[in-house]
Design a protein around this ligand. Sequence first.
Ligand code: PGA
Length: 247
Amino acid sequence: MKNLIVANWKMNPNSQKEAKEIFDAIREGVRGLKSEVVVCPPSVYLYASIFGEGVVAMGAQNIYFEDKGAFTGEISALMLKDLGVTYTIIGHSERRKYFGETDETVNKKIKKALETGIKVIICIGETAEERDAGKKNEVLERQIKQGLAGITDLTNINIAYEPVWAIGTGNNCDVAEAKEAINFIKSVIGSTTVGSVVPENFRVLYGGSVKSENSGSYIKEAGANGLLVGGASLKADEFVKIVQSAE
Ligand code: PGA
């Protein structure tokens, strides 16, 4: 199973020129490496001429769960698929916090993406308050079970464990704590499948202040099958080092 390394550019950068520069440098830097690399830029930069010939997969940061119609400002999975998008992030904590995403909308979006043939990276994770209150596992279990309600085929699903307190703070999760959470997520996944078996290719990623100094340890020590990288993915050199650390 290949590691999955995902760049989440969030609402950056502010010009096509800059996007193309970062993108070109990432593509050349990761060419020939073993991991599967996905770049999720803002949707205005999701066009094939930026991405080039398939070294890096095209990813969206979000989709809407309806196919078409009067939903001002939204983008459908079908439109993204038509552009060549193969992955989408769903349920990022910033979407849950600022845009009213719930476990229910996450569930609808996952179903729509899978139905359209787009693979998903579902983000789950506890806030600092939930962690302090000893509710981490309860939150993770709820987000997994409600997010995946009614979904039996996990083939095209990846989960990113992103403790909310670690995102964009420089305060990355301790490797031992990440390992515990990753194992817990796999045990919940196992409990939702027939015969309690985690599908062989099921990947759990870590995200939250990943940089090249800490990235390798999540793969090698915490047992993550990939990484979701925000801030550091906008610096091509740094992102390439992160992908190299997973080799
Ligand atoms: P960060 O963001 O790497 O900047 O902490 C991660 C994410 O939000 O996916």
